[in-house]
Write a protein that binds this ligand. Structure first.
Ligand SMILES: Nc1ncnc2c1ncn2[C@@H]1O[C@H](COP(=O)(O)OP(=O)(O)OP(=O)(O)O)[C@@H](O)[C@H]1O
Length: 273
């Protein structure tokens, strides 16, 4: 199927390509999760991937962060083509991720959960860490300062010592965002950050996503089913259906694309009627 792809805006053209996805194919035995998918994410964009259930959205994020390896095709991150990258390596190269289902340490406090996001930044040796001297001590204090800054940024001061398992769902999702930010990512992958939230929680999360993009300059790749949120937040959108790209463009272009309306947006409207 040939997707409609619109031109970039002048602002998008001016920024460099951070991630290029080309002809990506992903198969699980007889299941074809992705077929010939390609797009570019430019520095500073909020880029969304949308589509019906089973369209291949999470599979695409899993390919980007190295959890899945494409059967064929290429991902080029910061100019480097990547094959068979491990999640640990992608994380150390500046790609962080939140998950559809919250994946926090429930018994640990907000601060300690966010601190776990800093471990890739640790340079002190095992010995220095064991005795907490020199570099280990300086690093720990610096990490703590950075995490406290994130706690302030995300308005989590009132729950900084609270075990996250006792927090309302919307706050847990915010802590998960904080943990991803602790890694100081260049590319932040958000897998359904608003799923299961009420309207107020969604509005808060949408504001934080915009603030992260604006204040930290983080490029964001978002999967979200709430189409209103996607249209409000995104600079650019790719639409998948049955593993294939069926459209790409600005929110306005995508929402007027007959192919996208037929495959996805029409269904969404019926569901919300
Ligand atoms: N690990 C796996 N093993 C086998 N099949 C898989 C695996 N992961 C995904 N799939 C299949 O790939 C297809 C795309 O799934 P994926 O989860 O990427 O879709 P999605 O668009 O994220 O869906 P949803 O919106 O429901 O989360 C589906 O048919 C799914 O069953």
């Amino acid at each position: 199927m040939v997707a409609t792809v619109s031109d970039l805006t002048p602002r998008e053209q001016a920024s460099e390509v951070l991630l290029k996805v080309e002809n990506v194919e992903l198969r699980f035995g007889g299941v074809r999760a992705l077929h010939d998918v390609g797009f570019e994410i430019r520095k500073g964009q909020i880029f969304s991937i949308i589509g019906p259930n089973g369209a291949g959205k999470s599979s695409m994020l899993n390919c980007i962060n190295g959890f899945y390896h494409p059967t064929s095709g290429t991902l080029t991150y910061k100019g480097q083509p990547r094959k068979h990258m491990r999640p640990y390596v992608t994380a150390s190269q500046g790609i962080a991720r939140t998950f559809q289902n919250i994946a926090l340490f429930k018994g640990m406090s907000t601060l300690d959960n966010i601190m776990t996001g800093r471990h890739l930044k640790t340079k002190a040796s095992l010995l220095e860490n064991a005795f907490w001297f020199g570099r280990a001590r300086r690093e720990e204090l610096e990490h703590r300062r950075f995490c406290e800054e994130i706690i302030d940024f995300l308005n989590l001061q009132h729950v900084r010592k609270t075990p996250v398992g006792t927090l309302p769902y919307g706050l847990q999702k915010r802590v998960e965002l904080g943990r991803a930010l602790a890694a100081e990512p260049e590319l932040l992958l958000l897998d359904e950050p608003m799923a299961g939230m009420n309207l107020e929680e969604k509005q808060d999360m949408a504001r934080f996503i915009l603030d992260v993009n604006d204040e930290y300059g983080t490029t964001i790749c978002l999967i979200e089913h709430d189409i209103g949120v996607v249209m409000d937040l995104s600079d650019r959108i790719v639409v998948l259906d049955h593993g294939e790209k069926i459209g790409e463009g600005t929110p306005r272009e995508v929402s007027n694309d007959p192919k996208v309306i037929e495959a996805y947006l029409g269904v969404q409207e019926q569901e919300s009627a």
